[in-house]
Design a protein around this ligand. Structure first.
Ligand code: GLA
Length: 737
């Protein structure tokens, strides 16, 4: 049993292999957080010594106990305006106009298996021991019931949380904040690590001590965003990659989000996370229930790498439903940077022939194949083929691509519309817009109102027909602007605050139907690169285009930041032309290949423009990658600093090590690297070693070493001269010592 309740102490205990989570029902029914951390056998209620710190009110029925205040005690789901002045998890307005709730325990249930969330992606059990705890809290005055859900995955060391909020009263109420979860850490010193960025430079790690007050990581853009990824870490100041305490918080949501982290007057930390409350207001009529998105929590005392491994495995095995989460991925070639909008069937076929010769598996026809889409000002929404570019339609093109022995993939951006499109001319009201005002445009496009079922149904039907009518084995699902003018025509005024979230629910309903009906189609998410790189999308899309920036040097930082939360199996990574189209930088083909091999490899260039030598090199890259791919996709990813990494097989008998030197110096210090993840008792041989990007080719290292020597002593590489030079080593265990 991973969940237990002791009626005498009124303590709940959630146990995973490496963690204990405890909470307790307080003297008058408040649900108090006791502990989340390394396993401990006893109840930790002694830690909550009540103390009067002044100006912290007491619940009326505990007014004789001045020290007993919701403002100082750690809670499982904090309320507004009830004497706790810290960040609330729930903030509502009743029909009579009051705001606060005072949530008290009303019952609980423990069940085998994992709960599901209506209309939302969530983690699933693989029949290996997940249990669900549901605790109901009630506030009689507001007539509201909150069901707190906990999914405990003992082997995976993950606890999932979500909440269902029901209006049990007789009048409507409005939720202005409905967080997924609250985590109160009454003791300890914590730093916040989060992943900010911008288009073409996503998920840059930033770590800083907390300051008193509230720090908020959020997106009010209707998407999880390039700017602030929803994934955050709280870690002790001394935490490194390999040691130290850290909590990972991974929302399973693709829309606007917030995470408030508050360092309060007593030095306690509260983290509250959920749907963005910018403009959010959800009306609950009597009897109605609102379900929050899920959030995944993990804790480890073994440092950031261990935290990353937990989420990498969990997202692959317990969140992504696609068979491609573990099945081999095709090496693809994408037409975007090869041709942009300027192509015809002959050019695409020439690219396909070139791709086949290089050894790729799949050709992706990117933007520009439909409507009057000759630039980004027109055509979005018109998902029928542009016969001027592709005479005879998609069918003959796909047949010819298939005849070459390649699979065929297609780009779509179904959530959007250009004003200059037949769809917009037929349905101008389908776009989000505020009455009486022209909407803000972004990339010349408007956002379709996915909160309306008829619009969501139309999108589903349109994409499903493409998949039914043509032999399409891959879809790149793009989203190239954020939401503004969020007003939906068919919803009453007092429900307009629901539109952003209903929009995301509309998106999920489309993806749910499509992935159920077409399980053999590989879906790659995209939002101007990695603008919607989140666990919500990963439930449907086993891989996501990591960034529109394909420069190998920039990708080092982007992929490094991404790896804290997300597995390499989720990272779409392409080799593109040099000089790079986003930065103008020249990098050697070998360096571009080595960096892209840290994800799901593809190419995004015109093979016709390659020299014979480059073609040979790419053929070799693809051959090498086929050998490495299982390690990259399913192995454990270790960060060896910011510019080096390795993937180690589950049995620890194979490893792929990549070291890069982004800024070679004259007379450099020795390039020394200690490996990770190997079996100290094994012996390893360098089965293959290649240098890339080197102006002078050093002698490859050869030999066999004990795992201990490589882990504790490390390897010293020769000086590497060149532009972004580096080395790639494939290690194999020869025997146990
Ligand atoms: C976005 C994507 C690119 C490409 C273009 C096409 O920017 O991230 O990869 O598909 O759209 O317009």
């Amino acid at each position: 049993m991973s969940i237990s309740y002791d009626a005498e102490s009124r303590v709940f205990r959630l146990e995973t292999q490496n963690t204990t989570y405890q909470m307790q029902i307080g003297p008058v029914g408040h649900l108090l957080h006791l502990y989340y951390g390394r396993p401990v056998p006893d109840a930790l209620d002694y830690r909550l010594l009540p103390r009067d710190c002044g100006f912290s009110p007491n619940p009326y029925d505990l007014r004789e106990h001045r020290g007993w205040s919701l403002d100082t005690l750690p809670q499982e789901y904090s309320s507004a305006d009830n004497g706790d002045f810290r960040c609330p998890s729930i903030d509502l307005r009743t029909a009579s106009g009051f705001r606060g709730t005072d949530l008290r325990y009303a019952g609980h249930e423990i069940q085998k298996g994992k709960y599901t969330l209506e209309g939302l992606p969530s983690a699933f059990d693989r029949e290996d021991g997940c249990e669900t705890l549901s605790i109901t809290l009630k506030d009689e005055a507001a007539g509201v019931a909150v069901e707190l859900l906990y999914g405990v995955f003992p082997r995976q060391n993950v606890i999932t949380r979500a909440a269902r909020i029901t209006n049990g009263g007789v009048e409507a109420l409005w939720l202005n904040r409905a967080a997924s979860a609250c985590l109160d850490l009454p003791f300890g010193s914590w730093e916040l690590m989060h992943f900010h960025g911008r288009h073409c430079m996503e998920r840059q790690p930033e770590r800083a001590p907390l300051i008193h007050g509230v720090q908020t990581i959020s997106s009010s853009r209707g998407a999880s965003s390039h700017q602030h990824n929803p994934f955050v870490i709280l870690c002790a100041p001394e935490t490194t990659e390999d040691t130290g305490s850290c909590f990972g918080v991974m929302p399973v949501y693709s829309g606007g989000h917030f995470t408030d982290v508050e360092l309060d007057q007593s030095g306690a930390v509260r983290l509250v996370t959920g749907i963005s409350d910018a403009g959010f207001s959800w009306k609950l009529d009597p009897g109605e229930t609102f379900t929050t998105p899920e959030v995944l929590f993990t804790y480890t005392h073994q440092g950031l790498t261990h935290l990353s491994h937990t989420f990498h495995r969990f997202l692959r095995q317990n969140l992504c439903r696609s068979k491609f989460a573990s099945a081999a991925r095709p090496v693809l070639i994408n037409s975007w940077e090869a041709a942009y909008f300027d192509f015809d069937a002959d050019l695409i076929l020439t690219i396909a022939e070139g791709a086949k010769e290089l050894g790729a598996d799949l050709l992706v026809l990117d933007d520009g194949w439909f409507g009057r889409r000759n630039h980004d000002k027109a055509g979005l929404g018109d998902w029928y083929v542009n016969e001027e570019k592709l005479p005879g339609g998609l069918e003959p093109l796909i047949r010819k691509v298939n005849d070459l022995g390649l699979q065929f993939g297609l780009w779509v951006e179904p959530e959007m519309v250009n004003e200059d499109s037949d769809l917009y001319r037929a349905h101008p009201d389908w776009a989000l817009r505020v009455p009486g005002r022209k909407p803000a445009v972004s990339r010349d496009q408007l956002v379709l109102d996915l909160s309306r079922p008829e619009v969501a149904d139309w999108i589903y039907e349109t994409i499903a027909s493409l998949l039914r009518d043509y032999h399409i084995q891959y879809i790149k699902w793009d989203m190239n602007r954020h939401l503004s003018d969020v007003f939906s025509r068919d919803i009453p005024a007092d429900r307009q605050g629901e539109v952003s979230h209903r929009w995301v629910l509309g998106l999920y309903s489309i993806l749910e139907r499509l992935t159920t009906e077409f399980p053999d189609v590989l879906l790659e998410g995209c939002a101007g690169g990695g603008g919607r790189f989140d666990a919500g999308m990963l439930a449907y899309c086993p891989q996501i285009w990591c960034s529109d920036n394909t420069d190998a040097y920039s990708r080092l930082a982007i992929q490094h930041g991404t790896s804290y939360g997300y597995p390499a199996s989720a990272v779409g990574a392409h080799v593109s032309a040099s000089p790079n189209h986003q930065t103008g930088r020249r990098t050697p083909l070998g360096s571009r290949g080595a960096v892209a091999m840290a994800g799901m490899l593809g190419y995004e260039l015109d093979p016709g423009k390659l020299t014979e030598e480059e073609r040979l090199e790419i053929r070799q890259q693809i051959r090498d990658y086929r050998e490495f791919a299982p390690l990259v996709q399913l192995g454990d990813h270790y960060r060896l600093g910011e510019n080096a990494w390795m993937f180690v097989s589950e049995k620890r008998d194979r490893a792929l090590v990549t070291v890069t030197v982004p800024a070679p110096e004259g007379n450099p210090r020795p390039l020394h690297i200690r490996l990770k993840g190997l079996n100290p008792e094994g012996r390893y041989q360098i089965r293959r070693m290649t240098y890339f990007g080197c102006a002078l080719q050093p002698e490859p290292l050869q030999g066999t070493w004990s795992g201990a020597a490589l882990l504790y002593g490390g390897l010293t590489l020769p000086q590497l001269f060149g532009d972004l030079p580096g080395a790639q080593l494939l290690l194999e265990q020869t025997e146990a010592l």
